[in-house]
Design a protein around this ligand. Structure first.
Ligand SMILES: [Zn+2]
Length: 605
């Protein structure tokens, strides 16, 4: 247990609401951030975990056009689908909201105004591609044509996949829109830019101080500083947050660029959470240094394709808002805001050797997965075999093996045989007799794991933490096999009671150690051991009103403080009645591998 309570913001990447999310998405941002937050809450720290769906930008407009619905209708649909899926996975957000709330618009516009007032946003006229039929910006990757360098006919506006050169869309020969085939129009258009070069020095100094980040994240972030360019933050679109300046705010054809509003989501969701608790200033503890110098720690979780936004662009926006770039300035009405403490990036997950692809059906959506398998089985796989530090391939045969050999035959079997033997022979949790050196050693291993596993979780080394927790399970299984309590029932009932007491204590400890990873089955074990109340709190989906008069929407939230889980070994309750257990995991038939592979589209690797 930490000697002083820490205040921790868990800022989780915002899933884009143009479709349902697949297991590759949730392995990058979802499960790791929840494991981390659950541990920190159990360790007695104050946690605020926020995120939501990212709902502006061109891909949502394109998808909505394709389906013949409005962007808002599409966003409404997938906001709900994604929130329900994250709930089913047990991701314990304090608030999972969305970017189309009025609160979000107001906080985004405040960030823009603060940056603008301090001189870090400027307007510039550039050449841009628009769709002649809609007047909307046609992003580079939505334009294709013939490469001016190699002659390849499928080159995109941002690069040619054949020769690998970076391109500008107006250099393409015979450019056309990938959305509807029309020829884009290149026009002079005025856009706003974030002056990133003004932050090169301060960002460099800040990054150099980071000693705990994953090395790949730090190296990538430092490399970005070599070529900082101003970055466009507005677009010719009719779907997004209005530019909050006179002469701009009412323009239907100009909105803030989707990435600019999405990164502000961490802050706006914190503000929304505070407003919903009835203490509108409660967010400040998670974003600002307090009156006595107490500082919050913000951990950002994402896939590696989003590192640039979290280690460079969002920090630059925070620094600029506070007036800490080359041009100075003063903090806006929100006050000085803290930079990320840790940028926790995952690598990529592939599926049976191929990239996830919705269009080629190389995919399994979270919802489909959870309709056939338990959430803990997926959480276990993602943590034990997911892309924490390197690109990783999801295979159904490995999923089957992990589930059957490790969860069912390892942890599930330990729970089952310890509780059923005690229930059958004694009907209750027995008192121990005199402990042998081996009894003491196993109990000490389990108690000691709270320190080792906790340290690893605190450093976001989830895979190693899970391995250490499962080592306790393996030791306990070996102890049961070595001591054969089922034989002691007739020969030495007193010794049997002691062995079962020790085993049940270690089952209880292992249940606690595994709670951040396996919250659903840990809850079951808690009750199998006679516990009452809620051990491991789950998020709930709640329908809420928009705080500022917009349309209502669902949020994920929960009362996590009420849960009993604490990161410590507690003595089991001797004399508490035990019932024969029901299995905590489902053993899977090997035929699921072929069934699942048959569901994948195209050729399997
Ligand atoms: Zn080319």
């Amino acid at each position: 247990m930490p000697s002083t309570q820490r205040t921790i913001l868990t800022a989780v990447a915002w899933p884009y609401a143009n479709g349902p999310r697949h297991i590759g998405h949730v392995s990058g941002f979802g499960v790791p951030s929840d494991v981390f937050s659950r541990y920190q809450r159990m360790a007695g720290n104050r946690v605020l975990m926020v995120s939501g769906t990212d709902e502006h930008g061109t891909p949502i407009l394109v998808q909505a056009d394709k389906e013949g619905v409005t962007a808002r209708e599409l966003a409404d649909r997938y906001n709900r689908v994604i929130a329900e899926d994250l709930k089913s996975l047990g991701l314990a957000y304090d608030l999972f909201t969305r970017t189309t709330t009025r609160n979000h618009y107001a906080v985004v516009q405040e960030m823009f105004k603060g940056l603008h007032d301090n001189g870090y946003i400027f307007a510039k006229t550039t050449m841009g591609a628009i769709s002649p039929s809609t007047g909307r910006t046609l992003p580079d990757r939505y334009i294709e044509g013939t490469c001016p360098i190699c002659g390849y006919d499928g080159a995109r506006g941002d690069q040619c996949d054949n020769c690998g050169n970076q391109l500008d869309p107006d250099r393409l020969i015979n450019p056309r829109s990938r959305i509807n085939g029309e020829t884009p129009k290149f026009i002079e258009t005025e856009q706003f830019f974030l002056d990133l070069p003004s932050f090169a020095a301060v960002l460099g100094g800040w990054l150099q101080e980071q000693k705990t980040w994953r090395p790949n994240v730090l190296k990538f972030s430092l490399n970005l500083l070599d070529d900082l360019q101003p970055r466009a933050i507005s677009r010719d679109l009719d779907w997004g947050v209005p530019v909050p300046l006179e002469g701009w705010v009412d323009r239907p054809d100009k909105k803030l660029y989707v990435w600019f509003d999405a990164v502000v989501g961490y802050l706006s969701a914190s503000v929304e959470w505070a407003r919903r608790t009835g203490d509108p200033d409660a967010w400040r503890a998670f974003w600002q240094v307090g009156p006595n110098g107490e500082a919050p720690d913000a951990y950002y979780f994402m896939g590696k394709d989003n590192i640039v936004f979290h280690s460079e662009i969002w920090p630059a926006m925070l620094l600029g808002y506070d007036g800490r770039g080359d041009k100075g300035g003063t903090a806006g009405s929100l006050g000085e805001l803290s930079l990320p403490h840790e940028v926790v990036s995952s690598e990529f997950l592939t599926m049976e050797g191929r990239k996830f692809s919705s269009s080629r059906a190389v995919v399994i959506y979270v919802r489909d997965f959870l309709s056939r398998y338990d959430a803990d089985a997926l959480r276990y796989y993602i943590t034990a075999a997911g892309p924490e530090t390197q690109d990783t391939d999801f295979t159904w045969s490995e999923f089957l093996r992990r589930n059957n050999d490790e969860l069912v035959a390892g942890w599930g079997n330990l729970v089952n045989r310890a509780i059923s033997m005690a229930a059958k022979n004694l009907g209750e949790i027995p008192a121990p007799g005199e402990l042998t050196a081996e009894d003491e050693a196993l109990l000490a291993t389990a108690r000691g794991a709270f320190q080792t596993v906790g340290d690893l979780l605190d450093r976001c080394r989830f895979k190693a933490a899970l391995a250490e927790a499962m080592r306790v399970v393996a030791d306990a299984n070996k102890y049961v096999s070595d001591h054969e309590p089922w034989k002691l029932a007739k020969t030495d009932p007193a010794r049997m009671a002691t062995v079962l007491h020790v085993t049940l204590q270690v089952v209880d400890d292992a249940k606690t150690l595994l709670t951040p990873f396996l919250p659903f089955s840990s809850e079951k074990v808690f009750h199998l051991l006679g516990g009452e109340g809620t051990w491991s709190a789950m998020p709930e989906l709640r329908e809420v009103e928009d705080l500022d008069g917009g349309p209502g929407y669902p949020v994920l939230t929960g009362d996590y403080q009420a849960a009993l889980a604490r990161w410590e070994s507690t003595p089991i309750a001797v004399g508490r009645a035990l019932q024969p257990p029901t299995p905590i995991f489902k053993k899977l038939d090997p035929s699921i591998v072929d069934e699942e592979l048959a569901r994948l589209g195209g050729e399997t690797a």
